[in-house]
Design a protein around this ligand. Structure first.
Ligand code: SAH
Length: 263
């Protein structure tokens, strides 16, 4: 079973309504918890529906992912980050749907369930320093920034990187460092990282990233099996520097590109 970036298998069509009242109550509770970095918005019900859909999908994929639920702190962060701000205005109305969306330059913002799962797999702690590539819209970076102390994110397509940096600044994120460049080599200056996330499909795990991961750290990356589908790989670097990895779920990501950043 593949979680597609461009569409979803029918069994994962977002579930609707009967649980809406419960979802609404959940969102309201989150909004009132004082935990909300951004003030409660009128789209509170849409946010709650997205959380419900993510939870349903986490349950449906539990046998493969090994986790029945996304942890509460990641879910709370998912409800705080305003996804509509990371897409173009015509798409904003559907930005709380559990679907991937185009972000320009032929790239996509991943389905929220995949964003939540990849984040959860990293088992982040508040003081962590995390490296991500590619930045894309900046949405994933914002989610990480809600959970950890420092986020470093690299994007190879310059216009996307610049736009993401502007969006993140406008939203007031001060713990995200953005850079235009090829993420394949990592970002040596701020290494080692407690966790690393790659959000474009790679032919293999880049050696530089393993080097820049702190012993005990985790790395999540979609690795190409075929041109169409990749395996989401979770790698754990042991205290002695050796790595253990497991395939978590079939996924579909845009391919990583190499070389000089596109202008
Ligand atoms: N995380 C993003 C979505 C990622 S889409 C978000 O939340 O919106 C994949 C992104 O990886 C694209 O923007 C693509 O341009 C970028 N990318 C591809 N190859 C790259 C590389 N070698 N280095 C940095 N970014 C890269």
């Amino acid at each position: 079973m593949a979680i597609a970036l461009t569409g979803l298998p029918a069994r994962f069509a977002p579930q609707r309504r009967p649980r809406l009242a419960r979802a609404f109550a959940l969102a309201l509770a989150l909004a009132r918890s004082g935990n909300l970095a951004h003030p409660a918005a009128p789209d509170v019900a849409a946010r709650a529906r997205m959380l419900e859909d993510i939870a349903a999908m986490a349950g449906a994929t539990a046998a493969e992912t090994g986790r029945a639920a996304i942890s509460a702190n990641v879910m709370a962060a998912m409800s705080r980050v305003p996804r509509p701000r990371f897409v173009s205005p015509p798409l904003a109305a559907s930005a709380w749907d559990n679907r991937p969306l185009p972000i320009g330059e032929g790239q996509t913002i991943s389905q929220p369930f995949i964003v939540a799962l990849m984040t959860d797999l990293l088992e982040l702690r508040a003081g962590d320093s995390v490296l991500e590539f590619g930045t894309g819209s900046g949405y994933q970076a914002a989610l990480l920034a809600e959970l950890v102390a420092n986020v470093y994110t690299i994007e190879i397509v310059a216009p996307l990187g610049r736009k993401a940096a502007a969006t993140l600044a406008a939203l007031g994120y001060r713990n995200i460092n953005t850079r235009i460049g090829d993420g394949y080599a990592g970002w040596r200056e701020y290494a080692p990282y407690d966790a690393i996330m790659v959000t474009a499909a790679a032919p293999e795990v880049p050696a530089a990233l393993i080097e820049q991961l702190r012993p005990g750290g985790r790395l999540v990356i979609p690795v190409s099996g075929s041109a169409e589908v990749q395996a989401l790989l979770l790698l754990h670097k042991q205290a002695d520097g050796r790595t253990l990895s497991r395939r978590v779920l079939p996924v579909r990501f845009v391919p990583l590109v190499r070389g000089a950043p596109a202008k």
